[in-house]
Design a protein around this ligand. Sequence first.
Ligand SMILES: Nc1nc2c(ncn2[C@@H]2O[C@H](COP(=O)(O)OP(=O)(O)OP(=O)(O)O)[C@@H](O)[C@H]2O)c(=O)[nH]1
Ligand SMILES: [Mg+2]
Length: 301
Amino acid sequence: MSKDNFRSGYAAFIGRPNAGKSTLLNRLVGEKIAAVSNKPQTTRHKIQGIVTSPDGQIVFVDTPGVHKPGYLLNRRMMTAVHDSILSVDLLVLMRDGSVSTGNGDKFVLDLVKQSEKPTILVLNKIDKIKEKHELLPLIEYYSKEYEFAEIVPVSALKGEAVDNLLAQITKHLPVGEAIFSEDELTDQPMRVLVAEMVREQILATTGEEIPYVTAVVTEKYDESDTESIKIFCAIYVERDSQKGIIIGKGGIKLKKIGTEARVSIEKILNKKVFLKLFVKVVADWRNRGQDLDDIGVYETR
Ligand SMILES: Nc1nc2c(ncn2[C@@H]2O[C@H](COP(=O)(O)OP(=O)(O)OP(=O)(O)O)[C@@H](O)[C@H]2O)c(=O)[nH]1
Ligand SMILES: [Mg+2]
């Protein structure tokens, strides 16, 4: 394709919690830049991932799953979703194609309708479906509700049909030059990426009650040593009892979180990493603007 036809622009993933948005982002970018877990509300802020091909450059914006805001934290998460919808060229509405439609799905669909933006519908998790024709009623339902630019079934987990999705997304972006240099994968600062990797391991290692009350902040990122990078991360919780759960008996849980996170971080950095984690108790941080600013969940409007 000649350079005159090169397309570029921003595309935001929106959908319910657990739809697989971050999994797809990582898959498309080819590196883990967003935390993934089986617990809803894993993503807390906008994460940009960049995919450059000979045909175009897509800047993907991963957003938190759409949910009812309770805490100030959740209100800020939903502001991030609304901001993304307004600022991008194209929406990618993602849903789990293996489950039936609920009120949450309708709410997300309404956001798309209100935006009137060109939107690609992605039906994810097709690896969980035995017969592909089982998707037909869903495709029919969505086609009646909105004029989608494309409807693309994929499996983000297995990487099924994601190349086709990239081509479809590129096709619907405006003609224009690349926005970022072609070797860039994300605009996320390393500090934020590191904190994401630690939080991902907390989500993987602890039970249902803990994910919502924790946040991770990289407090020190020291590259002065040529051999290894020294990283200190603070894990915020709201109560002493939660601190105990994260640390575990004899520190065993925190150790596991640290080891697994270090492996992920070393993979991205291609360098040896010294990772130190410590737990901070800050009551009600989810409702405190200053704490949220410190943690990096910013007020964007
Ligand atoms: N079987 C299957 N599971 C998937 C697929 N894509 C994602 N998952 C799983 O679904 C869960 C949620 O994935 P995430 O990528 O964290 O979902 P998300 O939409 O980013 O969720 P939030 O950040 O909470 O909004 C994880 O356990 C993933 O492994 C898929 O294609 N097939
Ligand atoms: Mg996510």
